[in-house]
Ligand binder design. Structure first.
Ligand code: DLL
Length: 439
């Protein structure tokens, strides 16, 4: 076997569905939507009961807009039917199970048939290809393996693309760094905050993250901002692209971003039908371009068909760019359940991240602490100063941040600029909000 084979010459064809026109995609969607509704109604008693109670039947769907007649599905439906009540195939046809831990109560359990796993790998590979990852590349996968869909989902995607996967999983940051140095991967897959942790740890060891072999990072599983993209691209001298997904709908790979455009993630609409609804009045389906809550219907899933699933992720839909038949989603600005209401003003951690990274002297390491002294809600932002900022510069930066928050968000909050490395580092999905109000 030649060690020096020309990997740039490896074939890297697009799936035929990737280049379909909008009309072709919508025709496929209608056909698949009818099948999915019938499949769910016939095989999942929970869907049948809900639809019978709401007076709707799969036959009522004549055109795509009729989807709005059907009730939503929420995490609660998966909890009520825990663990396998939403599965639409017999257990022996389920090849794999994943679960997401959630913050309270039982995890939500999801399942996949062989065909579901094949589709997932194919769609994940589309995302990686769109982000510039190539067959033959070495791909360091630092998403956590296990019940979380990140590790195994991204793994299968990279294998499907024809890459060489390094299944590192999350954590053990020193080992991550050694492997990145020794194995010389071309791409890394992890959460944005974990990539920051890795870069930080390298700098502490006197290593320059810009000098690694990495060219592309495909980052997701938590909200991140354009400012964070810029920070990571500068830190590692890479292209950083988004990948979106959620376990109830599939896992990583529902949507992916082009490294050439970096203009939001294309949703693979031959497999998922997205809608945007008003997060506070779910009866209103909003138009493209309008900001609201993302809702997904699966179009091909066998083990766990999911119809009008409320993600609680807030974003908007835009026309496709490099894949014109498939719409793009804007950045997730936050989750409706992560929204902080501070003395009547709504705010999301991503807004604070955006402002922090505009202030010289402040690092992207921050936490939001909510408390209720004297029965008034208070927000404190704890943020580390950058290594190279002096105490005086840090004090100035803190005042600057308070001013920006007041101007752009409209709230006053306490800013605590803390020493470098004093806040907990991310090992995967980072917890930003510490709510001490009911303690
Ligand atoms: O986080 C799947 C995933 C793994 C996606 C790896 C991308 C990469 P869950 O654990 O079920 O699945 O969490 C899903 O994470 O509803 C969003 O709130 C958030 N999320 C996922 N990707 C992004 C992203 C995985 N690119 C929840 N930007 C979703 C913002 C994201 N938020």
């Amino acid at each position: 076997m030649s060690q020096t084979s020309n990997r740039d010459a490896l074939p890297n064809p697009l799936d035929p569905e990737e280049t379909m026109s909008r009309d072709e995609i919508e025709a496929i969607q209608l056909e698949r939507l009818k099948e999915t509704l019938h499949h769910a109604y016939t095989n999942v008693p929970h869907y049948k009961e809900k639809y019978d109670a709401a007076g709707v039947h799969p036959e009522d769907l004549k055109e795509l807009g009729d989807l709005a007649l059907f009730p939503f599905t929420d995490k609660e439906d998966l909890r009520k039917t825990y663990p396998f009540g939403m599965f639409a195939v017999p257990q022996h046809e389920v090849s794999r199970i994943h679960a997401s831990s959630g913050t309270t109560g039982k995890p939500t359990v999801v399942g996949y048939t062989q065909q579901d796993l094949a589709d997932w790998a194919k769609l994940g590979a589309r995302c990686l290809r769109l982000s510039g990852v190539k067959p033959g590349w070495k791909v360091h996968n630092a998403y956590g393996y296990g019940l979380f869909t990140g590790g195994l989902g991204a793994h299968a995607a990279a294998e499907h693309l024809g890459a060489t996967v390094i299944p590192m999983s999350g954590g053990q940051t020193d080992k991550q760094i050694s492997l990145i140095q020794d194995f010389a991967p071309d791409a890394i897959l992890c959460t944005p905050t974990y990539l920051l942790t890795i870069g930080d740890a390298m700098q502490r060891k006197g290593l320059d993250p810009r000098s690694t072999s990495l060219k592309v990072a495909v980052l997701g599983a938590e909200p991140w901002t354009e400012e964070m993209r810029h920070e990571l691209e500068e830190m590692f001298n890479i292209d950083a692209c988004d990948i979106y997904g959620l376990s109830e709908v599939m896992g990583p790979g529902v949507a992916g971003e082009s490294n050439e455009r970096k203009d939001g993630s294309h949703i693979w609409e031959d497999h998922f039908r997205p809608e945007i609804i008003d997060a506070f009045d779910s009866s209103k389906v909003l138009g493209d371009g309008e900001h609201g809550e993302l809702v997904f219907t699966s179009l091909t899933k066998q083990a766990l068909p999911i119809i009008r699933y409320r993600t609680h992720d807030l974003t908007r839909l835009m026309p496709g760019s490099v894949r014109p038949g498939h719409r793009r989603m804007g950045r997730i600005t936050g989750r409706s359940d992560d929204m902080i209401i501070l003395r009547g003003v709504n705010l999301f951690p991503s807004q604070i991240e955006e402002l922090i990274l505009k202030v010289p002297g402040l690092s992207p390491h921050f936490q939001l602490i909510l408390s209720r002294p004297d029965r008034m809600d208070q927000l404190a932002v704890k943020v580390e100063r950058r290594m190279d900022a002096t105490a005086e510069q840090a004090e100035h930066a803190g005042k600057e941040l308070a001013k920006l928050i007041k101007i752009h968000i409209g709230s006053s909050c306490a800013i605590d600029v803390v020493e470098p490395e004093s806040l907990e580092r991310s090992m995967g999905k980072l917890k930003r909000i510490y709510d001490l109000r009911n303690q």
